[in-house]
Write a new protein. Structure first.
Length: 163
């Protein structure tokens, strides 16, 4: 990538364009162009955006942008083919762990809360049923007290018989 960046820098200087002028025309920052010309790929978060910047920069300098992008793709292939599978898996794990830590009210998964009122209704129902059973058993086992009218009336009054 350094060779490609150095080539773009030579063409820019030979065209008589300053770095700030090219940055203003392409609507990029001067640091982005410096990183492209310096071959610093790691300064860019997204490789696809970097590829677009290189293509725009090549067109701006009057170069064949397809050939420049092909050279960049060759660099990417050579660079990524040297990455071991273990490193890729470790990076994926790290990315998954960092994604789990981020939460917002819009992306957070909530557990469905079950309504609690059926539980209260069941408890109240059991309580009422228990009270009803209690009163039935309490009143059902009572033997009614008998009052013997004859016995009680003899003690209190005297019967008069008339013929």
């Amino acid at each position: 990538m350094k060779e490609l960046g150095a080539y773009l820098k030579r063409i820019r200087i030979s065209n008589g364009v300053s770095l700030t002028e090219a940055a203003e025309d392409l609507e990029l920052s001067t640091s982005q162009l410096e990183n492209i010309e310096g071959g610093n790929v790691r300064a860019f978060k997204d490789v696809y955006n970097l590829k677009q910047y290189i293509s725009q920069y090549a067109k701006y300098l009057g170069l064949d942008s397809e050939k420049i992008v092909d050279e960049f793709n060759g660099f990417l292939f050579e660079h990524t083919s040297k990455i071991s599978l273990d490193d890729i898996k470790a990076a994926q794990k790290k990315l998954e762990q960092s994604e789990k830590k981020v939460s917002s009210p819009y992306t957070k998964e909530y557990k469905e809360k079950k309504p609690i009122w059926p539980l209260f209704m069941i408890i109240i129902g059991i309580g009422l049923f228990s009270l009803i059973v209690y009163f039935i058993v309490r009143n059902g086992n009572k033997v009614p007290t008998r009052v013997d009218e004859l016995v009680s009336s003899r003690k209190e009054s005297v019967y008069e018989f008339t013929y």
